[in-house]
Design a binder for this molecule. Structure first.
Ligand code: HEM
Length: 427
């Protein structure tokens, strides 16, 4: 119920922002049964991001924790470690580019190229999930991936459900799905542990093997339940977000032919510099500057994540408003991304906003900021650019439903799944 209220608040807030150009700096509301101070604008974002672990700390709604955690971990203080970035997530990024390119290529060959029309949203979800399973768990079994992606859909639906745990409810299905997923993950962890003991594959580049082999900054290797929870968390954090980002960038590319042409030009220069069997590498990604500006402009207008929550560690005052200890706070992308003070003519799709110095600090925040900034930001950048390269270098895109409605869950979703006609380039 509270998340429904959140959705209503979120829609009203986005609408009111479109109508009034100066949002309040802070306002109080009640969300998910909590007193909540909503911080707005660049100064609100800066305040929260730079007072992490001084005035505020990370906070997740109970509903989300119940759907993610083992019951025994729910009230365990050590679960705070599970929101810290694991260095394994960042360590292998450079090597991941080649695997991402190989998998994107195979996916396009199998699911896109044989068709004249595709539903971009569904296929990008399929691709991004298969990629996460490969890179986090080293699993390539497509049947297993398809089976558990079904359970993920139940979990995602649970995040915006009434928290009533009786058979037949969305929340109940989410809890059941969580139990199934943890069971599967624990089995995988045990099996991988055994394999690693028998033959220590120290060069393993997947998140799971690395978490089992290498202690964290505190010299601690997480236990099986903690690893399972962390991996479930990153699988979920990367699932909807990256597929939404891919979907919307392809939507905008199909709507603005001049933007598409500029991206195609950049991508074809990279394609021409490579041999026929040569995959993309880290340097190629660094050369996709214009494409990244296009992706950023797409995330400004249609951000996959809406913001984040914090809890006040102590009483503090912001802009004359006292936030008592224990209150929750919320920052939201919508208070800056479409604010004409920071982004003139905010509804216009204009990637040149990101050229030169780019936006004012703390105004473009699709990944948040400060110590709790999204751990997967770089991973998402690589995934998006590699996928754009693979699509744009092969097809021109045309939307089948010109004015397709966008719904919000609260991430944006094209109501028809963004059906797109594919026109392969003449070679
Ligand atoms: C376009 C894709 C993505 C977007 C827009 C996005 C956005 C966000 C946002 C807004 C937050 C909340 C930050 C806060 O509370 O202040 C977040 C947190 C997080 N994201 Fe992402 N994310 C994306 C992809 C990913 C991927 C691919 C991963 C994993 C590989 C990931 C892992 C995480 C984790 C673990 C957190 C929790 C961070 C913490 O609390 O310390 N995300 N993300």
């Amino acid at each position: 119920m509270d998340l429904f209220l959140y959705l209503i608040y979120f829609i009203l807030f986005s609408v009111s922002l479109n109508e009034q150009s100066t949002p309040p700096k802070v306002f109080r509301t009640s969300l998910m049964g909590e007193n909540m101070a909503v911080m707005c604008g660049a100064s609100g974002n800066k305040f929260l991001f730079s007072n992490e672990d001084k005035l505020v700390t990370s906070w997740w709604p109970n509903l989300i924790k119940k759907i993610l955690y083992f019951p025994s971990l729910l009230n365990d203080a050590s679960t705070r470690d599970l929101t810290k970035p694991h260095r394994a997530l960042l360590q292998f990024l450079k090597q991941y580019v080649e695997i991402m390119d190989l998998m994107a290529h195979k996916h396009i060959d199998m699911d896109w190229a044989p068709n004249k029309k595709v539903k971009v949203y569904l296929l990008s979800k399929k691709y991004t999930f298969a990629l996460s399973c490969r890179l986090f768990l080293k699993i390539e079994d497509s049947e297993w991936v398809a089976r558990i992606s079904n359970d993920f859909d139940h979990i995602m639906a649970g995040f915006i459900s009434l928290p009533i745990d009786i058979p037949g409810t969305t929340f109940n299905r989410a809890i059941k799905a969580k139990n199934i997923l943890h069971k599967e993950l624990i089995e995988i962890i045990k099996k991988r542990k055994k394999e690693l003991t028998e033959k220590r594959d120290l060069a393993a580049q997947d998140l799971l093997s690395h978490m089992l082999l290498v202690p964290d900054e505190n010299g601690k290797v997480l236990n099986e339940m903690e690893i399972s929870t962390y991996i479930l968390g990153v699988l979920l954090a990367s699932h909807e977000t990256t597929s939404t980002a891919i979907t919307f960038v392809l939507k905008y590319l199909s709507e603005f032919p001049d933007v598409y042409d500029a991206v195609l030009k950049e991508q074809m220069e990279i394609a021409k510099s490579k041999g026929p069997e040569e995959f993309l590498n880290w340097n190629d990604i660094q050369n996709m500057k214009h494409s990244w500006n296009v992706a950023r402009e797409s995330m400004r207008l249609s951000p996959p994540g809406i913001g984040g929550f914090r809890e006040a560690l102590t009483d503090f005052t912001y802009e004359g408003f006292t936030v008592p200890k224990g209150w929750k706070t919320h920052w939201t992308v919508h208070s800056t991304h479409k604010n004409p003070e920071y982004f003139p003519d905010p509804e216009k799709f204009d990637p040149s906003r990101f050229e030169g110095e780019g936006p004012v600090p703390y105004t473009f925040v699709p990944f948040g900021g400060g110590p709790h900034m999204c751990h997967g930001k770089e991973y998402a950048r690589l995934e998006l650019l590699v996928f754009m390269y693979n699509v744009v270098s092969r097809f021109k895109l045309e939307k089948v439903v010109p004015n397709e409605k966008i719904t919000y869950n609260p991430s944006p979703i094209p109501a028809n799944g963004l059906p797109m006609r594919l026109q392969p380039h003449k070679m």
